[in-house]
Design a protein around this ligand. Structure first.
Ligand code: URP
Ligand code: ZN
Ligand code: ZN
Ligand code: ZN
Length: 470
């Protein structure tokens, strides 16, 4: 059979190698990699530009119901469209269990939210907020077997947090059934105690959010998460690591030989606590997320951790709330005390270009490391590799062709439903010129050319970052 598509003269980058070849696509998968491939039904000459695997964003929140008036701006329609335009072809958002809800009901609910709307492929992590005996003994094991092989647990947020005993119970299920637990590590009681003191002193502007969540509350919880995983003898992945103190805990764990993985996000490379405000202005509410961005010295520690293998995955933690919106950063239309500002910032579309520009073209990480952090490792961590996350014969033809040119991040050019980007005005050295999802162009460098409903649900297999347990 003739090839459906041939990309000529690609400079292909994988997590291991860079090589120049043609890429032949048939039936949405990579069929041939080689020199002088036969003509395809469609041909695109890449002219030596760099091609990386479609991005796998393994931490993003889409259409997740919130407590109170807040509502996420992006659903699966706008969120996955935005992903495609930024070079991401697989997203793994969360199916969050509400307290009192069964996990199965949560999963059904989220399938309904994604169905007919997603334009890139998607899987789900579970969020376990109510580990009842039934959840632990029946529901979670059954869902793991059905392809939901990762879940997130929270050590903070009133509606989501688990105590240490509950975390141990859930980790034990991960160990028995071969799932990967993601942990949000911040000490809830310290945050509440600090928040009350700040409020009593009238310190409620957005910038005080960072003071209510200093690095030590992240350090303590990270240490505790590591100890809990060591006790159960199971790998964990610490999400959204913000700076030096949590990094030091993870380096210590690694030095002990513990299987502790870590994720970081663009906000810890490109923002600082000053973006939450240097005075009592409410503008800083845009950058309120948890853990908060730190300072320049910590950004440097994060870059080092990306370069030297401390970090396994680089995700957006896209948590989209509009600024000028009573359902967003101004609940009920008011400038509220920081405690009531919905946490999270958008970043699905800018994740890859920021890291490619400042990391690869800025000489801070290799092209191989970029591919590993943004595609290959997230696919392995969550059981989607080698179908996703690499450029290899048999893999889905999810590809990004890079345009290396100078541009500036402008929210008006993005495709999410959020009315700002924290990276407004940031200079970039590259942007995806083409994004292909299973061999079809979904972003042509100018506009979104994908279609709602074209994205498929991906059941996840066993995480494959580590050798199989025997
Ligand atoms: O501030 C954040 N990161 N909000 C999203 C939820 C989470 O904890 O990842
Ligand atoms: Zn979600
Ligand atoms: Zn989190
Ligand atoms: Zn998150």
């Amino acid at each position: 059979d003739a090839l459906d598509l041939v990309l000529r003269n690609a400079r292909v980058a994988t997590a291991a190698d860079t090589f120049v070849c043609d890429i032949g696509v048939r039936g949405g998968r990579i069929a041939l990699l080689g020199e002088g491939l036969p003509a395809g039904k469609r041909e695109i000459d890449i002219a030596g530009r760099t091609v990386t695997p479609g991005g796998v964003d393994a931490h993003c929140h889409l259409d997740q119901p919130m407590e109170g008036p807040a509502k996420m701006a992006d659903d699966f329609l706008t969120g996955t469209r935005s992903a495609a335009c930024g070079g991401t072809t697989t997203v793994i958002p969360f199916a969050a269990q509400m307290k009192g809800q069964s996990l199965e009901a949560a999963v059904l609910d989220y399938h309904g939210r994604a169905e007919g709307k997603a334009s890139v492929d998607y899987a789900f992590h579970l969020i376990v907020s109510d580990p009842t005996p039934t959840v632990l003994a029946k529901e979670l094991p059954a869902l793991i077997a059905q392809g939901y092989t990762s879940f997130k647990v929270y050590m903070t947020y009133d509606d989501l947090k688990l105590d240490d005993g509950q975390v141990l119970d859930v980790l034990d299920v991960a160990r028995t059934h071969g799932a990967l637990a993601m942990i949000h590590a911040e000490n809830a009681d310290c945050i509440e105690w600090l928040t009350k003191r700040l409020e009593a002193a009238g310190r409620t502007a957005p910038r005080w959010h960072a003071h209510a969540r200093p690095m030590l509350v992240e350090r303590e919880a990270t240490h505790r998460a590591i100890a809990l995983s060591e006790l159960v003898d199971v790998p964990i992945l610490i999400v959204h690591v913000s700076g030096r103190e949590a990094i030091e805990q993870i380096r210590w764990a690694r030095a002990q030989g513990l299987p502790v993985f870590a994720e970081t996000c663009p906000q810890y490379l490109f923002l600082t606590a000053e973006d939450l405000g240097i005075d009592d202005s409410y503008q800083g509410a845009r950058c309120v997320c948890s853990p908060p961005p730190r300072d320049k010295a910590n950004q440097q520690r994060i870059w080092e951790g990306l370069a030297d293998g401390l970090f396994t995955v680089f995700s957006s933690d896209h948590a989209p709330f509009r600024f000028e919106d009573p359902q967003g950063k101004k609940p009920g239309g008011q400038e509220v005390p920081f405690r009531h500002i919905p946490n999270g910032i958008p970043g699905l579309e800018t994740r890859l270009a920021l890291l490619y520009s400042e990391g690869v073209l800025g000489g801070r990480i290799t092209l191989q490391k970029f591919v590993e952090l943004t595609a290959t490792n997230p696919a392995k961590a969550y059981g989607l590799h080698p179908r996703k996350g690499t450029i290899a014969v048999g893999s889905d033809a999810d590809l990004v062709v890079w345009d290396e040119r100078e541009l500036t991040v402008r929210n008006e050019r993005l495709h999410h439903a959020v009315d700002y980007t924290p990276y407004e005005g940031t200079p970039l050295k590259a942007w995806p010129g083409l994004t292909l999802l299973r061999g079809e162009v979904v972003w042509d460098g100018q506009r979104f050319t994908g279609a709602a409903g074209r994205g498929r649900f991906l059941p996840c297999g066993t995480p494959s970052l580590l050798p199989r347990r025997t």
